[in-house]
Write a protein that binds this ligand. Structure first.
Ligand SMILES: Nc1ncnc2c1ncn2[C@@H]1O[C@H](COP(=O)(O)OP(=O)(O)O)[C@@H](O)[C@H]1O
Ligand SMILES: O=P(O)(O)OC[C@H]1O[C@](O)(COP(=O)(O)O)[C@@H](O)[C@@H]1O
Length: 497
């Protein structure tokens, strides 16, 4: 039901919208219908939407709500101001819970905080005291001893970087993992990791469902790159941006203390340049920011070399920030090497910082320009520090949200969506990747803050807009309707009970 709409074609602005979810509908159909209806009305208007009447613990209404949140956020035209959930019923008896925690993939500030808050939260909020750590990532499920964890044993770990459980890439074997979960009588699995890890969590969840086990799988998305889709941001990202300032400051000091000095800082960001973009915006000492999403070129009019020459002439020094995934095509053209993959199948990147340093040096030499360039690579130092205050709070909220969802018997990835904690079906966070939109306002703000060339032609912009338009088309997983039909109320499932 909606208020303040007089007729479907009314020119009145919709200012409040109360949506009662017809829970008998399939979640996908419901959310698509709702979105299509709202889209006619709301596109490019800010509207406060309050969702109510989600029946406590009702699977279909709940899943539909999550789908809607995802779609509404994708439309970028809604501000979701309130979600009223009735309290869930607790599915597990605390004394029956045997929980385990695993961390996978690359490091990220805040991993230990999430581990700590899971252990303490389970104990303090639900009196669950049978909690184990799986060591060294997914392969730890079937290759090492499990580590008993208590609030006392994790008390101080949030002050340390890294993960006390260890982490790894590769080694995901769904059957062996679920065999061990089953053999050891584990009924809550907390999985902390990036998009690869969440794909793995989805596989584990599907196998658990196939075997009819009453096991809740809770994914907590982690990545320093902030490239996980759907969620507002990943934990550790704020800390990374803050720590990056120290490297940028050093680069600025070095550059401004030399004649024609250039400070070059490489930051993490395999496919998404969020750390580089936010660190640049925060610093104000950066003259040029290069990210994977925005292709650049070196030579000729509007190219990087021309800008460097101009900037040095104007200011005598400059700072460049480059995300590690930027310019990989350019490097591959000048140094042809076969693609190499890490243990998880991720492409290993070539060092854009080192390559750029040599290219800039060679160019200045050819122009007989005196210059000094200092290249700083703080990437692993940034990743290895403990989380800052705001990330610590965020980690705590994520951990608590994961605990409540798992105790209610759901399987999901947890995350903040439009400022609200939501439970998201696994496939929603793994089907796309969060990237900097170069046609969006944030990138425009960066360009105006650094005054760098955009390196983009009109055609590039049109192409980027089209790619974004296609990416914003709502993905409907092929298996979802089948999944809905097959769902059995007694078996724990993805966003369902
Ligand atoms: N498609 C997949 N299916 C199952 N497991 C996966 C998949 N992709 C990655 N993994 C597993 O997830 C773990 C972490 O993946 P990785 O890509 O290295 O890091 P991240 O999760 O941070 O992106 C690894 O143990 C890897 O084997
Ligand atoms: O050298 P490693 O440990 O494989 O990690 C490098 C990669 O890890 C990252 O921090 C991302 O890690 P995840 O994929 O695990 O989130 C990238 O920025 C970087 O390319």
């Amino acid at each position: 039901s909606t208020s303040r709409i007089t007729s479907p074609n009314s020119p009145l602005f919709l200012t409040h919208c109360k949506i009662t979810l017809p829970i008998q509908l399939s979640s996908n159909i419901l959310s698509m219908q709702m979105i299509l209806y709202l889209k006619r009305w709301l596109f490019r208007r800010t509207v406060h939407v309050v969702f109510t009447s989600v029946v406590p613990g009702h699977a279909r209404g709940y899943d539909a709500l999550n789908m809607c949140l995802y779609h509404l956020r994708a439309m970028h035209c809604l501000h979701i101001s309130g979600i009223n959930f009735e309290p869930y019923q607790v599915y597990f008896e605390p004394e029956d819970v045997k929980a385990c925690i695993v961390t996978c993939g690359g490091l990220c500030p805040g991993l230990n905080t999430v581990i700590r808050e899971l252990v303490c939260g389970l104990s303090h909020m639900y009196n669950v005291n049978d909690v184990f750590g799986i060591q060294n990532g997914y392969k730890g499920f079937y290759s090492s001893n499990y580590l008993p964890m208590t609030p006392k044993s994790v008390n101080d770990i949030h002050k340390r970087g890294g993960t006390v459980l260890g982490s790894s890439r590769g080694g995901h074997d769904t059957h062996k993992i679920v065999d061990n979960i089953q053999d050891r009588g584990i009924n809550q699995v907390y999985i902390i990791g990036g998009d690869g890890t969440q794909k793995g969590a989805y596989e584990i969840f599907k196998e658990i469902r196939r075997r009819g086990l009453k096991v809740a799988v809770a994914g907590i998305p982690k990545t320093i790159d902030n490239d996980i889709a759907v969620i507002d941001k990943s934990f550790g990202f704020d800390t990374a941006v803050e720590e990056a300032q120290r490297a940028i400051d050093a680069a600025h000091v070095e550059a401004s203390s030399a004649e024609n000095g250039i400070g070059l800082v490489k930051l993490m960001g395999r496919y998404s340049g969020f750390i580089a973009m936010y660190a640049t915006l925060a610093s104000r000492d950066v003259d040029c920011c290069l990210i994977p999403e925005s292709p650049f070129y070196l030579e000729g009019e509007g190219g990087l070399f021309e800008y460097i020459e101009r900037r040095l002439k104007e200011n005598n020094h400059m700072v460049i920030v480059v995300a590690e995934g930027a310019g990989q095509d350019l490097i591959a053209k000048s140094i042809p090497v076969a693609d190499q993959l890490d243990a998880s199948g991720n492409k290993l990147l070539l060092d854009v910082g080192l390559w750029l340093t040599h290219k800039i040096k060679d160019h200045c030499k050819s122009k007989k320009m005196e210059m000094t360039i200092k290249y700083i690579d703080p990437t692993y130092m940034i990743r290895a520090i403990p989380s800052n205050a705001s990330d610590n709070v965020y980690c705590t909220l994520l951990a608590h949200s994961a605990i409540h969802g798992a105790m209610a018997g759901y399987s999901f990835t947890v995350g903040m969506v439009n400022g609200r904690h939501a439970y998201i079906p696994f496939h929603r966070v793994t089907s796309t990747r969060n990237k900097v939109k170069i046609t969006d306002r944030m990138w425009a703000r960066l360009l105006s803050s650094t005054n760098q060339p955009s390196f983009l032609s009109k055609e590039d912009i049109m192409e980027a807009r089209e790619a974004e338009r296609l990416a914003n088309r709502l993905p409907v997983p092929a298996s979802s309707s089948e999944h809905t039909k097959k769902h059995s109320a007694s078996v724990l499932s993805n966003g369902e009970k």
